[in-house]
Design a protein around this ligand. Structure first.
Ligand SMILES: [Zn+2]
Length: 276
């Protein structure tokens, strides 16, 4: 069974990410209260957390005066204008959330080895979840039409990718293989790899990612047929839960000429597996 293609994957996923952040912030202020009540020694991070909590409190109370159209950003706040527009948390808030998770795991975010970890994690998130800010459609806009009438299969196989499961935020990684029968032209081969990256660099399920890759190629290139196969190992299965390493999960999407023709599917699978 394949997940139904999401009609607004980016919007939905951003909304889910925001929900998760909201939950993290709620838990953060809860734990802050708990810390104060238990009389624990205030730490360096509480300054930032208090600032954040005050900030949140301001957000909930009716604003005493209207905010200026484009407020000059205080250097200390480090908010980016985009974050204000979308309600996305600031970098400072994201780093505070990482400190909370470090404490939740049982470590001390103030010890030397971890002091810069929240900043590094937030920076790494910018890359490994960079797909939210990318438009896969735009990658396929440039079509090369002069291919001397070539209309046979175009297969790009063994595209490596790294993604994170949306259930545990734990990595899953593997290879994607994409084939299509061009009608109006072909795209640069590297563009297909970038389409894979765009969807992989979001919180995902392998099934959804496979369908999203097929969807975007289908809607932009309108090929006579498209086949997508993703094979991956899920670390959330290897490291936790059933703890089975080396298990491979394979998902496929066959559209158009590939959908109902077993010979076309066999041809695709043969080309994918026939490694010289
Ligand atoms: Zn998982």
């Amino acid at each position: 069974m394949y997940a139904k293609p999401d009609s607004h994957p980016m919007t939905t996923r951003i909304a889910r990410a925001e929900d998760a952040m909201d939950a993290a912030l709620k838990s953060l202020s809860y734990r802050l209260t708990e810390t104060e009540e238990s009389g624990m020694e205030p730490t360096r991070q509480n300054g930032a957390l208090n600032a954040m909590r005050n900030d949140n409190a301001r957000g909930q109370a009716p604003a005493p005066e209207p905010a200026p159209e484009i407020a000059p950003l205080p250097a200390s706040a480090q908010r980016v204008p985009d974050a204000i527009a979308t309600g996305r948390p600031s970098r400072e808030e994201a780093e505070a959330a990482v400190r909370t998770l470090l404490r939740w795991a049982g470590d001390d975010p103030n010890r030397e080895g971890l002091r810069d970890t929240p900043a590094r994690v937030v920076k790494a998130y910018g890359q490994i979840f960079g797909g939210y800010g990318q438009d896969a459609d735009a990658l396929l806009e440039r079509v090369f039409e002069e291919v001397e009438g070539y209309s046979d299969i175009v297969l790009v196989r063994d595209i490596p990718f790294y993604s994170h499961c949306e259930h545990h935020m734990v990595p899953f990684m593997g290879l994607a293989h994409i084939a299509y029968y061009p009608t109006k032209g072909v795209v640069g081969l590297s563009k297909l790899a970038r389409v894979v990256d765009t969807f992989a660099r979001r919180l995902q399920t392998q099934e959804t990612m496979t369908a999203q890759i097929a969807d975007v190629i289908e809607s932009i290139l309108k090929p006579r047929g498209i086949a997508v196969m993703v094979e991956a190992e899920h670390l959330c299965m290897a490291m936790r839960g059933v703890q089975k390493a080396g298990v491979s999960t394979i998902t496929t999407q066959f559209r158009g000429a590939f959908r109902n023709d077993a010979n076309e599917q066999v041809r695709f699978l043969t080309l994918v597996r026939n490694k010289s």
